[in-house]
Design a protein around this ligand. Structure first.
Ligand code: FE2
Ligand code: FE2
Length: 202
């Protein structure tokens, strides 16, 4: 199929927009986290924003390459979220968007791309879908802890590590200020992958 007549061209443009917007929203939220002294959440959101911009670039590059150069205008009809950035609710809202992208939207775009004869583009959609599922798990985990005011409280003893000085302590509850460098608890690094394995009820 000719790329310019394909649904995939439109899907790439839509996905580019969605990734840019997610990147922007994560940067907005990252500032909110800083205002709330949640350095670790802020840093995590910055990393996610960087990931989204990298995804946007992959989709953008496909369009340029397939078209053999610049495209003047691609009209897109699609709905995009304009979520009022409030950390308590936005972490969960964003996690739902990530899950929809990872489970449904990008896998379906991948299938369409394959059907239309663009296996390389299909592969990109599949790989991005995998990353979005990881983003879902990170955001969902943080959303639950943050909303329940349990960022630094666990039901079992866990390892707390200061993201500023590297100080480590093992207890059920993290410090309010780091005993070594006095930085606030928001600097504590949360190893969500490890915690997911050790205590699924957190
Ligand atoms: Fe993304
Ligand atoms: Fe994502």
């Amino acid at each position: 199929m000719n790329f310019n007549d394909s649904v995939t061209k439109n899907n790439l443009a839509r996905s580019f927009s969605a990734e840019c917007q997610a990147g922007a929203r994560y940067q907005f939220m990252s500032k909110l986290a800083i205002a709330d002294q949640q350095k670790f959440i802020s840093d995590t959101l910055k990393t996610l924003a960087k990931n989204e911009m990298a995804h946007a670039k992959v989709f953008y590059d496909h369009i340029i390459k397939m078209n053999g150069g610049s495209v003047k205008n691609i009209p897109i009809e699609a709905g995009y979220p304009f979520d009022d950035p409030i950390l308590k609710t936005s972490l969960m809202e964003e996690s739902k968007i990530e899950l929809a992208e990872g489970d449904n939207i990008y896998p379906s775009f991948a299938r369409i791309a394959r059907d239309e004869g663009f296996p390389e583009i299909a592969k990109s959609f599949e790989l991005v879908a995998k990353v979005e599922k990881t983003h879902f798990r990170i955001l969902n985990y943080l959303a639950k802890l943050y909303k329940a005011n349990k960022m630094h409280k666990r039901s079992v003893a866990t390892e707390w590590k200061c993201g500023n000085c590297g100080n480590v302590e093992i207890s059920k509850q993290g410090w309010t200020t780091c005993p070594l460098c006095s930085m606030p608890s928001g600097y504590i690094i949360i190893d969500f992958e490890k915690e997911e394995k050790t205590d699924p009820n957190n």
